[in-house]
Design a binder for this molecule. Structure first.
Ligand SMILES: [Zn+2]
Ligand SMILES: [Zn+2]
Length: 112
């Protein structure tokens, strides 16, 4: 079952949310991510592309940052910084890359 959700990211530098990424193909749609297959798609032009390794520029502080998407395989280490959480999705700054982790596979993990 695809698990489509609106793609969001949280700037690791200033903490501002970027909600409703606009589509780079048609410039008018909203981008969704499927957490089953790590695919992103636009709800207007229906284009889709792999979610891996996208980069973005913060609309607030203009810092570029790279975004990786992962399921629960990522290990959060002591030097990593949890930037934000959004339900079962956790945003971790890991060596300068914002890693967005879907942690539904660890229901018993508790809060990080
Ligand atoms: Zn920022
Ligand atoms: Zn589009």
């Amino acid at each position: 079952m695809p698990d489509w959700r609106p793609a969001r990211s949280c700037c690791p530098y200033c903490g501002q949310w970027s909600v409703g990424h606009s589509c780079g193909l048609c410039m008018r749609g909203t981008v969704f991510i499927d957490w089953e297959q790590f695919v992103m798609a636009c709800n207007a032009c229906h284009g889709s592309w792999p979610a891996a390794g996208s980069s973005t520029v913060c609309a607030y502080c203009r810092q570029p940052y790279q975004v990786e998407y992962s399921d629960s395989a990522v290990v959060v280490e002591a030097e990593d910084q949890v930037v934000a959480t959004d339900g079962d999705i956790v945003y971790v700054l890991k060596q300068g890359v914002l890693v967005v982790v879907h942690r539904r596979h660890y229901p018993g993990l508790g809060s990080w």
